[in-house]
Design a protein around this ligand. Structure first.
Ligand code: FES
Length: 284
């Protein structure tokens, strides 16, 4: 009698985990991936742009996208998943044509960001993370995008809309849903979320004005202008981490001039249990 092998299923495997792209899509993405990978000395270094490429196909990082990236780069699906879930720009759920993000971090919140998000949520009939039934808008709240000088800020497909209000936010989503060409406060006219993902993957951005240099605006430069008018200078930081006054700076400069830097552990006490504190012959 021949022994039959016995297989034990330890977990339910979701059908989507073994999804792959259709052959035509796979061939197209493989050609694109080859272009991206060739830009890096090591294939695995291309993971971030390759994830954007996968996101450009389905609007989020799907199981097919995870498998594709892993296959192309010689990584495991777990490694690709770990990276894709670390960065918030990689979406785990399907995304509308326009990802409308309302900043609700501290400064934008106190300047009205919370009201904008609440208003848009009610107006669109979706909560943060939701997508409108027509598939045009995905609404979400976002963390600070370093545009606090123009708070409150709304981002659409990562492009800035400065100094927003509930009313201007409503006009913005109306324009997007009606198919109008919308231009952000800074940057080129918007394209769809998937087209944006392809640009982020490293392919040409052909939007008019996309390559124009962006100059800092008045609000960004206000602090610098005032500092110059008042002849203000940032204090330097001394070795203890405290801000140093002018006398301290002068003294520190004279003391350290032409001296070699101390060894990293020159002042550190020996660690307990190390050979420096444990007598010979005793166990550690
Ligand atoms: S707090 Fe909104 S951009 Fe910084």
């Amino acid at each position: 009698m021949t022994a039959e092998p016995v297989f034990i299923d330890f977990a339910v495997r979701h059908a989507s985990t073994i999804d792959t792209y259709p052959a035509e899509v796979l061939a197209r993405l493989e050609a694109d991936a080859a272009v991206i990978i060739a830009r890096y000395p090591s294939p695995r270094s291309a993971l971030l742009p390759l994830l954007h490429l996968a996101q450009s196909e389905e609007g989020y990082i799907s199981p097919s996208g995870i498998g594709f990236c892993a296959e192309q780069l010689g990584l495991t699906p777990a490694e690709v998943t770990a990276v894709s879930t670390f960065y918030s720009m990689y979406r785990r759920r399907e995304t509308g044509d326009y990802l409308v993000g309302v900043c609700t971090n501290t400064l934008c919140a106190v300047m009205g960001g919370d009201e904008i998000l609440a208003h848009l949520s009610e107006y669109l009939g979706v909560g943060p993370g939701g997508t409108t039934a027509d598939g045009t808008i995905t609404l979400e709240h976002i963390e600070c995008n370093a545009a606090c000088d123009y708070a409150p800020v709304v981002m659409v497909n990562w492009e800035f809309f400065d100094n927003q209000t509930p009313r201007s936010g409503r006009d913005l989503v109306d324009a997007l849903r009606s198919g109008e060409q919308v231009t952000p406060t800074r940057g080129a006219p918007l394209c769809t979320f998937r087209e944006t993902a392809r640009i982020l993957a490293g392919f040409a951005d052909t939007r008019p004005g996309a390559s124009d240099a962006a100059l800092p605006g008045d609000a960004t430069l206000a602090g610098l202008r005032i500092a110059r008018e008042l002849d203000m200078q940032a204090p330097s930081v001394n070795a203890s981490g405290d801000a140093a006054g002018p006398d301290d700076q002068q003294a520190a400069a004279e003391t350290t001039a032409d001296k070699p830097a101390p060894a990293p552990d020159a002042t550190a006490p020996p660690r307990s249990g190390s050979p420096e504190t444990t007598p010979h012959g005793e166990g550690v």
